[in-house]
Ligand binder design. Structure first.
Ligand SMILES: *Cc1c(COP(=O)(O)O)cnc(C)c1O
Length: 443
């Protein structure tokens, strides 16, 4: 492993771990209520506020959903038909959006629920130059029982705070963001996810950008939080499974000491060249590898799982671990792991018991498993693609077929995991009141 961490200067503690310290300082100023609970940076970089007079918390307004000001649209738009090109275009948003402004001198303004429409930004806005932007991706589900649900939204809101902190954007209480998201979903859900479309969903995109009108390369002093709801077509039904193209040395998605663990725009823009080439060659996503050993990290913007039998004969579900912070801590990933640990520990409906493993694993191990007939299945898991079986991997000039079920259907483990999650998201299979399903009361 290349060691890129600089040895910290323990004596004064001031010039070490600048990112971790900076995150603490920013939270202290912008979301003091989060400091105690924040497990957002190393515990080794506790900030002793007494030592930082110049950083003494100023009484800035925190984000407060109870102050929401509402302006409803006077020109509501039609909802695209299921299966229409507009539905798949990812361009159509619902009638309303949430916005909240922040400045370093006053903190958070009262948030607004307002008609969906363009933002006004100066050309000097920090986000347009320095990638001071981060986002979340969630879905609002119309259940088969008629209810609207979010899936573990607290995790997205906590991750959003982690991402904003990583790029010097202001902190906020995650539960306030959740309340704003719920308000927007409650406002637009009934119309945009009608009850006669059970099984459908809207994509929720909470975003934060630095909006300071100043070109200086520095911590932003103004920011804008917004939340939009977009129409989106399902992407998990892939004929013959997802086709993955393993990344080459000329494109690394994330590296130790970087920011691959945060959902910041800077992780995505530079990957689109490779992604576009992969698409042009008939692949759905890049399988992101890391290092000379070709460690397998993620599949596009989804986490990646293999189901294999070890040489010792043990059935395992394996995904990359989070320890080096080059892999995104996906809500779907986490949920797959938790459910698999709970429900696959002993056999499940005729399926053999599975050991659930988070560890570094290399492409060489995957190739060996394929060649020795030990690879059982592989799948990608994330909010956008949901749980998508992988059917094919291209690596270093060679094509590897990943086993799937009959007639190009999902393999059994993948199908079972997907069915568990589907039950919780859409309220089926006796999962109508699972604690991960967060019911939204519609207006
Ligand atoms: C968003 C994302 C995922 C999936 O995370 P979920 O919380 O499951 O949607 C995985 N990898 C990357 C790089 C992502 O951006």
């Amino acid at each position: 492993m290349p060691s890129i961490a600089v040895t910290p200067h323990e004596e004064n503690g001031n010039v070490s771990d600048l990112t971790a310290q900076g995150i603490k300082h920013a939270l202290q100023k912008t979301a003091p209520s989060q400091l105690k609970s924040a497990s957002l940076s190393d515990s080794t970089t506790q900030v002793h506020s007494a030592n930082h007079q110049h950083d003494a918390p100023t009484p800035l307004a925190e984000l407060d959903a109870s102050l929401l000001q509402t302006t409803y649209t006077t020109s509501p738009r039609p909802v695209p038909a299921l299966g229409s090109p507009e539905m798949a275009s990812q361009k159509v948003c619902t009638d309303h959006m949430i916005q909240a402004r922040w400045t370093s001198s006053t903190g958070w303004d009262a948030p607004t629920l307002q008609p969906y429409g363009p933002l006004s930004l100066m050309p000097t806005a920090s986000c347009l130059h320095y990638a001071t932007e981060c986002f979340e991706g969630m879905k609002l589900y119309r259940g088969y029982d008629g209810k609207l649900r979010l899936f573990r939204p607290q995790l997205n809101c906590a991750r959003m705070l982690m991402s904003t902190s990583r790029i010097a954007l202001p902190g906020f209480p995650p539960e306030e963001l959740l309340k704003l998201i719920v308000r927007l979903c409650a406002t637009d859900g009934a119309k945009w996810l009608p009850k006669d479309r059970p099984g459908s969903f809207l994509y929720i995109r909470p975003t934060m950008i630095a909006s300071d009108p100043a070109l200086g390369v520095q911590r932003p002093t103004e920011a804008l939080l917004f939340v939009i709801l977009t129409c989106f077509a399902p992407m998990d039904a892939l004929d013959g499974g997802m086709r993955l193209l393993a990344s080459k040395d000329d494109m690394v998605r994330a590296w130790p000491g970087g920011f691959g663990y945060a959902k910041v725009g800077a992780n995505y823009g530079p990957s689109l060249v490779a992604q576009g080439e992969a698409r042009a060659l008939g692949y759905h996503q890049i399988l992101w590898l890391f290092g000379e050993e070709c460690f397998v990290t993620e599949a596009g913007a989804s986490n990646f799982f293999v189901v294999w039998r070890t040489r010792e004969g043990v059935m395992q579900i394996v995904t990359a671990c989070l320890t080096e912070r080059i892999v995104l801590d996906g809500v779907t990933r986490r949920s797959v792991l938790e459910l698999a640990r709970e429900r696959f520990a002993i056999g499940y409906e005729g399926l053999e018991a599975v050991e659930v493993v988070e560890r570094k694993f290399s492409m060489a191990e995957v190739v060996e498993a394929v060649e020795e007939g030990r690879l059982i299945e592989a799948f990608a898991a994330g909010t956008a693609w949901f749980v998508a079986p992988v059917g094919h991997i291209h690596f270093r000039g060679k094509d590897f077929k990943v086993p799937m079920g009959e007639n190009g259907q999902s393999g059994r483990y993948t199908a079972v995991v997907k069915e568990w999650l589907r039950g919780i998201m859409w309220g089926t299979n006796g999962q109508e009141s699972h604690e991960w399903g967060h019911i939204v009361d519609e207006k």
